[in-house]
Design a protein around this ligand. Structure first.
Ligand SMILES: O=C(O)c1cc(=O)[nH]c(=O)n1[C@@H]1O[C@H](COP(=O)(O)O)[C@@H](O)[C@H]1O
Length: 224
């Protein structure tokens, strides 16, 4: 099985992002470029990171009307990312059009409920019920829309996997100690997420902010 760890390169400097990815390259399966990176370095930065030869996950969490999201997907086509994200709450037509506009080698996955939110936060957005039920509902919608999979926390991935056997599941909010830290609220260990059916393990700060990122990446890989 290939290494499921995608390192989140949430660092503002391009050189620092390149150096970090190069350092841990042998212990990760890909890199994730998100809003922080893309807003700072745009497509030029993506091309620079692509030269490292690792699969790219372009995590821009698109969420707009279907026509706008489809247009954005088409513009990003040329970057040939292995994985891209849209928000499931954008609705069925948006997800269908996003998938239709993506390259055929790009997996399009829907963000369900951010791992930084808990049940109280959800209620404040006007949604009652548990995170589990909310994620299950949005996973069903993403599947019906023809997407490849979803992004959810490790607390839900086991249930989603049972319902959607051939889905592609991206799990962030991972902490080697299994405890919530910084802004992440729904966390599990990388091993638990993998055992419950995660296809991709997104890991940022536990590696990027470690005193020794190489050792941190190696230690996490060894737990899998
Ligand atoms: O789509 C994502 O990757 C994502 C979804 C989500 O619900 N939670 C979440 O943390 N992420 C991303 O996963 C990464 C987690 O970073 P760390 O908390 O530093 O490991 C960040 O780049 C987030 O943007």
């Amino acid at each position: 099985m290939s290494n499921p760890i995608y390192l989140a390169l949430d660092v503002p400097q391009l050189d620092a992002a390149k150096a970090l990815a190069s350092k841990v390259k042998g212990h990760i399966g890909g890199v994730k470029l998100g809003l922080e990176f893309f807003c700072a370095h745009g497509t030029h930065g993506v091309h620079e990171i692509a030269q490292l030869g690792l699969p790219l996950f372009l995590d821009l969490k698109l969420h707009d009307i279907p026509n706008t999201v489809a247009g954005a997907m088409q513009s990003l086509h040329v970057l040939e990312p292995a994985i891209m994200t849209v928000h499931a709450s954008g609705g069925r037509a948006m997800m269908e059009d996003a998938k239709a506009a993506a390259g055929e080698n790009t997996k399009v996955v829907a963000v369900t409920m951010l791992t930084s939110l808990d049940e109280r936060d959800l209620e404040r957005t006007g949604v009652s019920g548990s995170p589990h039920d909310h994620v299950m509902r949005l996973a069903e919608l993403a599947q019906a829309s023809g997407l490849d999979g979803i992004v959810c926390s490790g607390q839900e991935v086991g249930s989603v996997h049972k319902q959607w056997k051939d889905g592609f599941f991206v799990v962030p909010g991972l902490r080697p100690g299994g405890k919530a830290t910084a802004d992440q609220k729904r966390v599990v260990t990388p091993r638990k997420a993998r055992d419950d059916g995660a296809s991709v393990l997104v890991i940022g700060r536990p590696i990027s902010r470690a005193d020794d990122p190489l050792t941190a990446a190696r230690d996490i890989e060894a737990t899998l």
